[in-house]
Design a protein around this ligand. Structure first.
Ligand code: PRT
Ligand code: MG
Length: 214
């Protein structure tokens, strides 16, 4: 097995916030990942390459060893099955919260302590089901791939489970947060076999990233 380490990253928030961290760890893409059409980018370190994929695909690439390491939101990790995947480090970036939200006119007369059955639109089906099952609340979940904030406005669901950062998107759509599910940040994940087979190279890189987080 080669000693080149592949790191899976997603464009958008994660990449944007990861670039300074990667630079501190001595990893600089040879070209701009936001504009390049290449999906495998060289870095200035000949032993490190970056793989640019969709955020939700990062756990899959790492799980199958197509990438040795990956940067993934905790929200994405909670939804993935996570076999052969190790969460090594909180990268302390792309912070947000996973929450339950509902229209403000519903919130005015709603009490979460009385919830018994909820109709929820979300992209986080597994996490939502587990969160409410643990509290003995039944859920009818409508799976969406984005723009969850729209669902209550058009009567698709009463409530949503989504991520919030500033709260501006919720407010702009007349929604309010009524329950907190989890604090989210990006995590460094590693493939289990890579940790063994490429032990020295992967461990050294993880060490550099850990120092860069500090
Ligand atoms: O775009 P693509 O479909 O490929 O994937 P993606 O939408 O998951 O990617 P991206 O880049 O949007 O998000 C990647 C990761 O960033 C997520 O998995 C989270 O871990 C993290 N993150 C941090 C966020 C946010 N903050 C966030 N605010 N992801 C999404 N949002 C959305 C949220 O869903 C809501 O629609 O931003 C909106 C709310 O923002 P505020 O500031 O108005 O509250
Ligand atoms: Mg997006």
């Amino acid at each position: 097995m080669s000693s080149i380490v592949h790191i899976a990253l997603s464009k958008g928030r994660i990449l944007e916030e990861s670039l300074p961290l990667l630079a501190r760890a001595g990893i600089e893409p040879a070209e701009d990942p936001e504009t390049s059409r290449k999906l495998v980018l060289d870095s200035r370190d000949p032993d490190v390459k970056l793989i640019i994929i969709r955020a939700a695909d990062v756990p899959t690439y790492v799980q199958y060893g197509a990438a040795d390491l990956g940067f993934a939101g905790k929200d994405v990790l909670m939804e993935s099955d996570g076999d052969d995947l190790y969460e090594l480090l909180d990268l302390k970036l792309a912070h947000c919260r996973m929450i339950v939200a509902e229209p403000d006119r519903l919130a005015a007369r709603d009490d979460p302590r009385n919830w018994t059955r909820l109709r929820i639109a979300t992209k986080y089906v597994k996490t939502t089901r587990q969160h409410f099952a643990a509290k003995g609340i039944q859920t009818d979940i409508i799976k969406l791939y984005g723009s969850m904030e729209l669902a209550p406005l058009v009567g698709l669901s009463d409530r949503i489970v989504d991520l919030v950062h500033t709260g501006r998107t919720l407010a702009a759509n007349g929604l309010v947060e009524v329950e907190h599910i989890a604090d989210i940040s990006a995590r460094l994940v590693a493939n289990r076999a890579s940790l063994k087979m490429k032990h020295a190279a992967v461990r050294a890189l993880v060490q550099r990233l850990a120092q860069a987080v500090q």
